[in-house]
Every structure is written in structure tokens, then in C-alpha cells.
Design a protein around this ligand. Structure first.
Ligand SMILES: [Zn+2]
Length: 120
């Protein structure tokens, strides 16, 4: 899914209520697109730690307009699974895929692959 409104519509189908009940959570998850305007923005909040950060921002539950308590965690997990092939990745899943550059590793002994060997 490419827009938070579609995630909000999916939340309505799953938990009831209205799009407005869920829109702020889905907007927050995708707000990082301001910093990097393709799918890689998801590395900042689309993971297990992001689910718990959503709880800290929105509370453990929301009460939707049907009067039903819905765990914020379930809403965030639904969004992330819809964007990430059915899984909630860890932060490590994202960060371990960063291709190291020399400027990133000053002070660390992490080996930095030779660019020519990496990008033939
Ligand atoms: Zn998203």
C-alpha cells in the first residue's frame, strides 16, 4: 500500500469504526516519507521497535467510533505487514542491510568492503 488512507480503510475492515479513527497512526508511520521519498523511508518506523514507539505516541489502545478498544500495536502491525510482505521486521533486519561506507565507520573496526569489489 502506498498511502496511509488505504491502511486506514484496511483498519476499518478489520477493527470497525471509521477511517478517521486510524488515520493519525497510519500518517505517523508514513511521515518518515518526508525524509526519503521511496520505500526505504520504512526503515525508520516499519519494524518491531516502531510498533512500540507508536504505543508511546498514541497510547496502548484507541477507542474507535464504534466504542471498541483497539490495541495500537495491532493497528501498527497491520500497517507494517501490509507494507513489508506480511512480516514485522526488526530494526536489525533493516540496519544490517546498510552497505557500509568508510565515512560511517570511523572509530569502529567493522570491515568496509571495497567499493569496486561490491559494485563490479
Ligand atoms: Zn507504510
Amino acid at each position: 500500500m502506498t498511502h496511509p488512507i488505504f491502511h486506514a480503510q484496511s483498519s476499518v475492515r478489520r477493527f470497525g469504526g471509521t477511517v478517521e479513527d486510524y488515520q493519525p497512526i497510519h500518517d505517523w508511520l508514513d511521515a518518515t516519507k518526508e525524509t526519503f521519498c521511496d520505500f526505504r523511508h520504512r526503515a525508520l518506523r516499519h519494524h518491531a521497535q516502531g510498533v512500540f514507539e507508536a504505543e508511546r505516541v498514541f497510547g496502548a489502545t484507541i477507542r474507535n467510533s464504534d466504542g471498541r478498544l483497539v490495541p495500537t500495536r495491532y493497528i501498527a502491525e497491520q500497517h507494517i505487514k501490509e507494507d513489508c510482505g506480511g512480516i514485522v521486521p526488526s530494526v536489525s533486519d533493516w540496519l544490517s542491510r546498510i552497505r557500509p561506507e568508510t565515512w560511517m565507520s570511523r572509530g569502529y573496526s567493522l570491515p568496509v568492503p571495497d567499493r569496486a569489489a561490491r559494485d563490479p
